[in-house]
Design a protein around this ligand. Structure first.
Ligand code: NAD
Ligand code: TYD
Length: 379
């Protein structure tokens, strides 16, 4: 393999990152963010291209000299060791995961394989190349995790801090919790320079439309039901994806090795309120644009109804966590982290991105896409 460094394409001043899961929702946003904010750095994406991975989300990056895409699995330790060593990589940002709670309930195995065993394999590769190999190279292994590891909050309970006890309730959150513990252990036992960020629910461009916000936007445009699990009063803290990327950037540049940082939006919403907001904003966009009405003639607005008329309460998710809320005080105080996007602006940007990116989501829908609900409750 001829490395980018051998090809003389890299600057000796910059970092060299391995971004795992870089073809997924947050990973792709992170790659765009990183190349835009740190053009002197090199980025190698390692992605297995599962149903959630999409090369189209990396459009524009593929032509850049300081970017390389590698199709592969984080569980392939030999491949990761080769990449770290031959590409001279000094940073891992681990986004690769199975990420959908509903899928984890139906089939937990891939969650254990990728999130637990795969992350452990990555850690072993990093230890071997960066520590055992005696390179002495400054390094950082950053692990991207979730607030779901802390479990569910009652309405009046204070939000999660970095010292909240772990209490994961779904196979997804349990697998993420296990990987967080392994990352911590590799720091304390072997001295690997790790950091972990636990973030709240993200939304924004390139999100696979099985997750709540893109599912609602696209179902309105396609005149499909808007499924609300249970009573719709489960609460999540929502963060625009670029603010998450900004938070990870701060952790990488200013965060201390061995530390955990919570990243959140201070933006709690019951699901039903989010869905009503998205309905109102999509109706507003269609009402203001004849070209949009021509493109989406089946949407309720075009038939004289409201998008809200599609709301349908369905059977609840088993073990559905009631409330998540993040206290990002440590990130704010230590790193200067603060989200830049308000929910009002972020959700409008997101809707506009989906309206403008029909080719992207049509390709996803025409692929292997079926919602968990369609797969398991079709009858
Ligand atoms: P995603 O499902 O959109 O993307 C996951 C990516 O990982 C895909 O590109 C997939 O192809 C790749 N992948 C899966 N298994 C792999 C393997 N074995 N080897 C290599 N690549 C593999 O997920 P996302 O929403 O972008 O989440 C990214 C990370 O952020 C996850 O670790 C998730 O736990 C965490 N997180 C997500 C959210 C959220 O709201 N989406 C919130 C907090 C934390
Ligand atoms: P989701 O986007 O799957 O994220 P997570 O489960 O990781 O929080 O779901 C967000 C919330 O929306 C969660 O409380 C489940 C709920 N939800 C629905 O009510 N209907 C849906 O079709 C989906 C996908 C989620």
């Amino acid at each position: 393999m001829v490395s980018l460094r051998e090809k003389g394409l890299a600057s000796s001043l910059g970092r060299s990152l391995l971004v795992t899961g870089g073809a997924g929702f947050i990973g792709a946003n992170f790659v765009h963010y990183w190349l835009g904010h740190h053009p002197q750095d090199r980025v190698v994406v390692l992605d297995a291209l599962t149903y959630a991975g999409n090369m189209a989300s990396l459009g524009g990056c593929l032509e850049q000299d300081n970017f390389r895409f590698v199709h592969g699995d984080i569980g392939d330790q030999d491949l990761v060791e080769t990449l770290l060593a031959e590409e001279g990589l000094d940073t891992v940002v681990n986004f690769a995961a199975e990420s959908h709670v509903d899928r984890s309930i139906h089939g937990p195995d891939p969650f254990v394989t990728t999130n637990v065993v795969g992350t452990h394999s990555l850690l072993k590769a990093a230890k071997k190349v960066w520590l055992d190999g005696g390179s002495g190279r400054p390094h950082r292994f950053h692990h991207v995790s979730t607030d779901e590891v802390y479990g569910s909050l009652a309405p009046e309970e204070p939000s999660f801090t970095e010292t909240s006890p772990y209490a994961p309730n779904s196979p997804y959150s349990a697998s993420k919790a296990a990987s967080d513990h392994l990352v911590r252990a590799y720091h304390h036992t072997y001295g690997l320079e790790v950091s972990t960020s636990n973030c709240s629910n993200n939304y924004g461009p390139y999100q696979f439309p099985e997750k709540l916000i893109p599912l609602i936007i696209l179902n309105i445009l396609e005149a499909k039901q808007l499924p609300i699990y249970g009573d719709g009063l489960n609460i999540r803290d929502w963060l625009y994806v670029e603010d998450h990327c900004r938070g990870i950037d701060l952790v990488l540049r200013k965060g201390r090795a061995g530390e955990v940082y919570n990243i959140g939006g201070n933006n709690e919403w019951p699901n039903i309120e989010i869905v009503r907001l998205v309905c109102a904003l999509v109706d507003e966009r269609l009402g203001a644009s004849e070209p949009l009405r021509q493109r989406f003639p089946r949407s309720p607005f075009c038939l004289g109804r409201t998008a809200e008329s599609l709301i349908t309460f369905v059977k609840d998710r088993p073990g559905h966590d009631r409330r998540y809320a993040i206290n990002a005080g440590k990130s704010r105080n230590e790193l200067g982290y603060a989200p830049l996007e308000s929910f009002e602006t972020g959700i409008r940007k997101t809707i506009d991105w989906y309206l403008a990116s029909e080719a992207w989501w049509r390709a996803v829908m025409n692929g292997s896409y079926r919602t968990w609900l369609e797969m398991h409750y079709a009858s």
